[in-house]
Ligand binder design. Sequence first.
Ligand SMILES: [Ca+2]
Length: 291
Amino acid sequence: MRVTNFSGRTDPVSHAAHPDFSGFGATKCRTRELGGVRGQHRHRFPAAALLLATGACGWVGDPEPADDNGIGADAAFHPDDGPPDAAPGADAVAAPDAAPDTRSTVISADDIVDTYLRMTAPSFNYGASDRMCVDATDDRKVLLRIDVSTIPAGAQVVAASLHLWTGLAASDGSADTFSAYPMLESWDEGNANAAPSTASYSERAAGTAWTAAGAGIGSRAGDAMGSFVPVAVDSELRIDLDPAVIQSWIEDEESNLGIAIVTASDDGACFDSTEFATAGKHPSLVVHWIP
Ligand SMILES: [Ca+2]
């Protein structure tokens, strides 16, 4: 397993030490090869990546652990004995041999642009806002575009998840369902903060209107690529996304026009953007893939 750091590089790592492994947050990985530099590197990546990563720590780029065949180091096993899963209890343990050579890439805010649209301020851009909101009340929608070009051509995406942090305010969470949709038209992030510019609710770029105002269906797809309920405030959300969509972005970079996050609820939610002061709360995308 290789884990990609925030600059988008994919590195073989050892998780011999991961004292912080208790869920979301930071974990320490001993990086074995990073441009020839050895030492401690702190990676932030979510529990899902950790679960895969820790399962793989000993078997890519590391000496083979004694129990790599999944039957335990003390079991007498010889090549002529037949498959290792004949050993008692072996079925209860996920044998590393059964997993493909899965890599994980964490795409950080450096490779993400984001903004949101608001019907009641139809000419305003929020590209520089440090928070972004989704709400049916004034048809607010978040737009994100994530550059996946650090994942090599030919990669087969097996899973992907978008990570967003909800804001601090009590009203920043919602008990209702929000969904992510692939965008079908290009748009500018912009660099305004609640001031006239684009993208806006009316225009996806300067002088170019959306096919459907506010990134409506037609400007975005009608079929969701993932859904979630952002019930807790100031919390990291893991939003599982349809891996086929990420796959299509890798195979055809031009098709990657981003994601719209939409809700039908009048109980909206707000999220920290890539401009938020705390980098650890920026949006990110975790992609698990096999070469
Ligand atoms: Ca932004």
